[in-house]
Design a protein around this ligand. Structure first.
Ligand code: SF4
Ligand code: SF4
Length: 285
């Protein structure tokens, strides 16, 4: 089962929930899909090894063969190719590696090469949880390509927890689009409430079953809870605005490790997710 942990905005506790849930379960994989800024391993401290380079095919143009027919530059919807009177210019950072220009070129003036986008790393040896992360090259924009490569390492026989990037843009869709369930982490502040509603719109349009975790519960007001009640959204867990939890976070310690009573609460949340999925399945049949 694939469970994504997402949020409409950064800083709500998405990584906290991912880590503590993964550490409370057995036979679990944890994926840090926040490839622009992966931070799960700051809390886990695993030694990491590279398992794959993520590359994108890019065109190399043989200017001598090129007849400047402009077919490739007219075709490229990302404006990565521009026709000058005497040659074709290529802008690698705009290329999405679709390969269309090479297929189109009747002069066979385009061959494909590779551009590095980032790497996939995993925890060395036998780790618990089994941990993978993607790391996007600095200045690179092809975030979703790294996330899609990272997700190839999901083992369908295990529970996979995917710590998604924040927000509601393409990298989030790449992370949560095909999961079985999405946990939306929010906080009961005006910003949390606003961004939760955006995130709910996204998961509903993707038709992904979901529930909500309220982090730093006790801050702000009751609008998040009232909204969830009115919308029939399950609140899976409330993590209180607690000084000890905040202190452990600041020391890089997932709080289930020092507050063992929370293991049971996270396992209860996992059981609630399974129950909700079973009910959804039953309603479909
Ligand atoms: S399609 Fe081929 S021949 Fe035409 S402009 Fe592009 S590279 Fe040159
Ligand atoms: S591979 Fe696709 S995106 Fe890249 S330059 Fe060619 S047509 Fe444009």
């Amino acid at each position: 089962m694939k469970i994504a942990i997402a949020s409409g905005k950064g800083g709500t506790g998405k990584t906290t929930v991912s880590l503590n849930l993964a550490l409370s379960l057995s036979d679990v994989q944890l994926f840090d899909c926040d490839v622009e800024e992966p931070n799960c391993n700051l809390f886990l401290g695993f030694g990491l090894e590279k398992v794959e380079d993520v590359v994108c095919p890019v065109p190399v143009i043989n200017q001598e063969k090129c007849s400047i027919c402009r077919q490739c530059s007219d075709f490229c919807r990302y404006n990565a190719l521009a026709a000058l009177p005497d040659r074709i210019l290529f802008f690698p950072s705009l290329c999405h590696g679709c390969g269309g220009c090479a297929v189109l070129c009747s002069e066979k003036a385009i061959r494909e090469s590779e551009r590095s986008l980032g790497v996939i790393e995993k925890a060395k040896g036998e780790s618990s949880p089994e941990f993978y992360r993607g790391l996007l090259n600095i200045g690179e924009t092809m975030t979703s390509a790294v996330i899609k490569t990272l997700k190839k390492y999901v083992d369908d026989r295990k529970t996979a927890i995917l710590d998604a990037p924040p927000g509601t843009a393409c990298p989030v869709i790449a992370s949560i689009g095909d999961v079985d369930y999405c946990v939306l982490v929010t906080e009961s502040t005006p910003f949390g409430f606003h961004d939760l509603r955006l995130a709910v719109d996204v998961v509903r349009s993707l038709k992904v079953p979901f529930g909500v975790v309220i982090n730093r519960w006790g801050l702000g007001d009751s609008r998040v809870e009232e909204y969830c009640k009115a919308e029939g959204i399950s609140i899976l867990l409330k993590i209180p605005n607690n000084l000890k939890i905040a202190e452990l976070y600041s020391r890089g310690i997932p709080f289930v490790q020092e507050m063992p009573e929370w293991n049971e609460k996270f396992r209860g949340m996992f059981e609630a997710i399974k129950l909700q999925l079973a009910d959804t399945e039953e309603a479909r049949t």
